[in-house]
Structure formats: C-alpha cells, structure tokens
Design a protein. Structure first.
Lengths: 227, 459
C-alpha cells in the first residue's frame, strides 16, 4: 500500500505534468486508500497548481502547461469534489471558497488573459464558471444569478469593447442586482482608474493579483453582514 | 492553387468539427510541442539576430508540417479548414513577390527582400490601432506623414467621435472609420503627397468600418487594410468578410499575425513554428497580398523583448530561404514618447527586421495602447533601417548591436507601470508640428550612440 505522502506527491506531480489521466487515477487510488479529500485537494492538487502558477510567473512554463494543468485539475475534481462534499457533511463544516462567473464581454473574442486568470482562480480553489468569449451581458448576469455567484469577472482586451463592462454594471444597477455581486474587470488597457470610474469592485494587473483580489472580496463578502 | 474565397467558405462550413478548447490544446499546443521536440528546436537568448540557416530551415519545415497536420480553424462554424500538402506548396509557390502601394509619383513598390538585402526596407510609419482622442489624430498622423524618409503611412484608431466613445460592432464604427480616413487623406494632401499608400480602417474592430470605407474617397484600391488571423491559426466569418469585401473591391489584403510568444506555441521556438504555419495558412485562407509579422510577448506585449526579436528574425529568415514573400514587420516598443528607451527599442527592432529581410512598420510606441507615439521615432526607424541595408550589415554585427541596445532598455520590462512616456502633445509642439527641444536632443544623442555602436551609414 502506498503511504499518504507518496499519494500526495504523485497527485501533485500529475498536475505539474498536466496529465489528466494520471491525476484522475492518482486521486482515485488515494481516496481508495483512505486519504482524506481535503489533503488531496490542498496538499496534492492545489500544491501542484501552485508550482505550475509559480513556474508560469517565472517564465519557465508557458500557456500550454497552464492549460494542461487546468485540465488535469478539472479531471481530478470530478471525483474529489463528491468526496469533499461527503467529508464536509461529516465534519459539519463548509468548503465554500466562492463562486465566480467569468467571461470576455460581448464583441471581444480575446481569451488568453481571461483563460490564464480563469485557470489560476480554479487552481486556487474557486468554483469558476468560464462562459467563454463574446458573451452577451445578459447571459453573464443570468448565469451569475442562476449559480448565485459571489463574483462576476469581466475581461476585454479591445479598448472599444471596454465600455460594455461599464454597461454590465449599469445593467446590474438598473435590475436592482448590483449589490448581489462583486464585479471585477480586467484586460490589457484596464487600469485602476478605469475600474473605479465604471463602478467596479477592482482590477488586477496579472493573474496572481487577480486571485488575491478575488480572495479579499470573498473574505469581505463572508465577513460583512448583509452582503 | 486555391484562389477563390468561395472554396474557403465551403471548407469552413463543411470541415471536421472540433470545439475551440480542443483546437487550442489538442491541435495547436500539443502538435506544436511535438514538432519542437521532433525538430529539436532551441533558441539562444544571446543570439537574437541569428544567421543560423539550418535552424531557420527546421523552423520552416516544422511550421509547414503544422499547417499540413492541423490546418486552420473557423471559430464561427467550429470547423477545421483543411488543406493537403500540394495545396500548401502551391500557395507558397504563388506568394506575391512585388506589390505597388499608393499611386502616381507617391507610389512605392514593396518587394520580397532577401536576408542582408542592400535594397532598403520600405518605411511604413504609424501606430496601428493605438487609441487617440479625435483632436490629436490629425496632428499625430501629420507628424509622421511629413517625414521625407517615410514611404507609406498608417494610423491609430479614434477613441471618440463627436464626443461619443467608439464601441465594437456599434454603428458608430462606421462614422469613426470614415472620419479616420478623412483625416488620413487630409494629412496626405497637407504634406503634398496625396498618392501615398495607406494601411488604415483602424477605428473599427468589427467589419463594419472596413465595409464603410471601401470607396475611392476613403480607402483606395491602392491602399490596404488588416485581416487578422486570430490566436492561434483561427479565422472567423467576420474576418473572412473583411477579406472578401476587399477582394471584391480590388484593395490589398494585409494578413496580420499576432502570434503570442509564450502562448499556445510555448516558448520562442514553438511560437516561431506557429508563426510560420500562420503565414502559410493565412496566405490561402485570407488570400493575402503581403504578410504582417507581429509576434507579441505574452506578458510584455512589446516586439522588443529578446524572445520576440528572435521570433521576428527567425521567421523572416525561414521564409527568405524557403518561401520568399513580402513581409512587413511591426515595431511595437514598450516605451513611449520622450523616453530614451523608445529610441533604443526602435533601433534594435529596426536592425533585426532589416537584416532579416523585412520591411519596417511602426512605431506602436507605449505598446500601442496610448497616443504616446510621434513622427520622430518613425524617422529613426527609417534611418536605422536604411543605414543597416546600405552598409550591408551582417548577422553578427547586427546581433552585437542589438545586445548592446538590450542592455540599455531591457530594465523597462521590470517596471510595474511600463515606460509609457508622454502624450503626443507633450512631445511635439502642436503649432509647428516639430518635436520639443528635449525630445529632439534625445534623438540626436541616441543617433550618435548608434553610430558609435557601428551603424556607420547613419547620417
């Protein structure tokens, strides 16, 4: 029988290697051997994702490695997530890390930056629903309402698509739903000044900072009465 | 050879289905990675302007194989547009070798340049796509159109018209693009070169603007517009529509390939392979008149990082040796007006492109995100390019100078806010349309430094 450390090491490696088959099988084997799912998530999967994220930031890994790691993580979560739910139910605790709906807004089809942020958020334990590119504002809002999301993340690379991020916030206001969601915005030309001007809850200059922003907003939501 | 866009439309509607996610990962990323391994492709960050012909040939072969194995993807129909080897070969054999831009005495001939070609590169001045307030648009364009060294012009985009912001796919794009072309034609008249060729229709991201200006009062048949291939190796019906409209009108199609270095192709060698495949496939799918080479850095955007300079160099070398064609290469420095680094970046990029067989287009100063570009760096771009060609600079000397220049500007990539410099109206006197004294002085000093480094033909 493989010991816990070996199981976790193997899971971590599968994420770093971006091998979805191995990540799935390793997690399955670990669960069968009684490794608790929270350790699998934090010390195996997230630890591997953390290594990938750091290598990407240093320029040692590139977009394909990030995407492959995201895919391996997703494959593993298909069996780890139900186990986690059972685990939390038994312990009477919550694993709620926050739900984020993310999309490149209508008229813009650039997705690389959004995909990186999406992968990093997933790797950091958020429940991320990536709606893709050129997504109508109403679709984003409806999905956020349907999932009871905490955060809506909007991306636009084109300066001429950036106004649609303001429209989304205005639409939320008009619908009386603005206070229900935090809205964060991103893209090559988006800066803190623009983010503040359109009434968003923040922006970040890279994926690592986007994760930090999302974490701080979730903390605010969970600790502020009435939010 | 495929020369009919109907054939492309048919294939885009009937080719094999694949999701975009699987296209990106399974087709582009994994196939490219396997080809990088198969051809053992590596790059040396200290040999940026390389004359390594064997490496360039391998990059070309890998890119050809990528084009053959996966084809292009139409994201509108979610279908693969496939080509067989003979079609790709035929396309390469029919790449245009000369192209006349502009008309009358102002016309210029773009040729397929060779590596270390003594024929000077065409100097195509402007900052394509950089957003401008309306009041600055004409002065900016005039600042480079008035430079005698400039052969052809391009422009940024209008961010506002009549006080209204421009939005993608909004009807206002029609007005914005027509207004842009009115300013461009006005600029040509004012500098007394009405026949000068243009690359324009930058104020409309959707196809609306292109459709609205395909008229002799705006974009003439002797001008060109951009038809981008999307990242990576993707088309969509909106951009096919741009190409079709242009072909029907009789105007030039410039295919724009902004391969992301560090993106789906991975590190620099894989990105170069994707770039080669983009040229080969763009030629057939977008029925291109010339190729616009514009790799961008995953994080820094600029074309002046080591990785991107190397990709610009090796892709041009690969085509010059294996499939000669007209390549215009973009210069998008990180730095903006009134910074010394902008001039160093411009020079490094111009040297790399000129030695490798390309023509010069730029400068999209400050990453092309701000109206912080001026005619002065365009002048330097042209002067450096012409000097490099005139003195017959070889790869070794080019590489040595580019490394020296990198030492002078590479620190800017670590600046959290970049190095945007100042807006056009702070670097130029709007009344005289001349650079302010400090900017002119900086330019003269950098030119002297460049001469010292070995660009001896620089006047």
């Amino acid at each position: 029988m493989v010991n816990i450390e070996e199981h976790l090491k193997r899971i971590q490696e599968s994420i770093i290697q971006g091998n979805n088959q191995v990540s799935l099988e390793s997690c399955k084997a670990a669960l069968e051997d009684g490794v608790d799912p929270l350790s699998i998530l934090n010390k195996g999967l997230m630890s591997g994702a953390d290594v990938v994220g750091k290598k990407f930031e240093k320029g040692e890994f590139f977009l394909p490695q990030l995407m492959l790691a995201g895919r391996a993580l997703k494959a593993a979560m298909a069996i780890v997530e139900p186990a986690l739910e059972e685990y939390y139910a038994e312990k009477g605790t919550s694993g709620d890390t926050g739900v984020i709906v993310i999309a490149t807004v209508q008229t813009d089809i650039h997705d690389i930056g959004k995909n990186i942020v999406s992968s990093m958020l997933t790797a950091s334990g958020f429940e991320v629903h990536d709606l893709g590119v050129d997504v109508p504002l109403k679709t984003i809002i409806n999905k956020a309402k349907e999932l009871n999301a905490d955060i809506i993340g909007c991306s636009a690379l084109l300066t001429t698509s950036m106004p649609y991020m303001r429209d989304l916030i205005d639409l939320l206001e008009a619908m009386g739903e603005r206070n229900r969601f935090k809205v964060i915005v991103g893209g090559a030309s988006v800066n803190p000044d623009f983010a503040a001007r359109i009434g968003s809850d923040g922006t970040a200059s890279n994926a690592v900072k986007a994760v930090q922003l999302a974490q701080s907003l979730i903390h605010e939501i969970r600790t502020t009465p009435g939010l | 050879m495929i020369g009919n866009y109907l054939e492309i439309i048919d294939r885009a509607n009937t080719g094999p289905y694949i999701t975009e996610e699987n296209w990106d990962l399974e087709k582009v990323a994994l196939t490219t990675a396997s080809l990088v391994e198969k051809f053992n492709l590596k790059w040396d960050p200290n040999d940026i302007v390389t004359g390594d012909g064997a490496l360039a040939d391998s990059i070309f072969d890998a890119g050809f194989e990528l084009a053959c194995r996966i084809g292009a993807y139409n994201r509108t129909t979610e279908r693969i547009v496939e080509f067989d080897r003979s079609e790709l070969e035929s396309g390469i054999n029919h790449l245009p070798q000369t192209l006349i831009m502009g008309e009358g005495k102002d016309a210029r001939v773009l040729v397929s340049r060779k590596v270390m070609d003594e024929r000077p590169p065409i100097v195509w001045a402007g900052n394509p796509g950089a957003p401008h307030p309306e009041e600055l648009f004409l002065p900016c364009v005039l600042s480079w159109a008035q430079e005698p060294i400039v052969d052809l012009i391009t422009c940024g985009s209008l961010a506002h018209v009549e006080g209204r912001e421009i939005r993608t796919a909004d009807p206002i794009e029609i007005l914005a693009t027509r207004r842009e072309l009115s300013y461009m034609r006005e600029a040509l008249r004012r500098v007394g070169r009405p026949g000068m060729g243009m690359l324009a229709a930058q104020s409309s991201v959707s196809e609306l603007g292109d459709l609205a200006v395909a008229h002799p009062d705006y974009l003439r048949p002797c001008d060109s517009h951009l038809v981008p291939m999307l990242n990576e190796l993707k088309l969509d019906n909106r951009n096919i529509a741009r190409a079709v409209n242009s072909l029907e009108y009789g105007m030039r199609n410039a295919s724009l390939f902004c391969v992301i270095v560090g993106g789906l192709g991975g590190d620099a060698p894989g990105s170069a392979v994707v770039n080669v495949a983009s040229f080969i496939l763009g030629n057939l799918t977008l029925l291109t008149d010339y190729q616009l080479l514009h790799p961008i850095h995953m994080r820094h955007v600029a074309t002046t990082t080591r990785e991107v300079l190397w990709v610009e160099n090796i892709v041009q070398l690969a085509f010059a040796r294996n499939a000669p064609c007209i390549i215009v290469a973009d210069i998008y420095p990180k730095s903006g007006a009134l910074t010394r680094e902008l001039l160093y970046e411009t020079a490094a990029n111009a040297i790399t492109i000129t030695v490798s067989g390309g023509h010069l287009e730029g400068c999209g100063s400050a990453d092309g995100l701000l109206p912080n570009a001026t005619g002065l760096e365009c002048r330097l771009m042209g002067e450096v390019g012409r000097a490099v060609a005139k003195q017959g600079m070889d790869f070794n000397q080019a590489n040595t100078i580019v490394l020296q220049l990198l030492d002078k500007y590479e620190h800017i990539f670590n600046l959290p806010e970049g190095n945007p410099g100042v807006r056009f109206d702070q670097a130029y006197d709007l009344k005289t349309l001349k650079p302010v004294k400090e900017w002119e002085q900086m330019y003269l000093e950098v030119k002297a430094e460049l001469r010292q480094m070995g660009i001896t033909a620089l006047n």
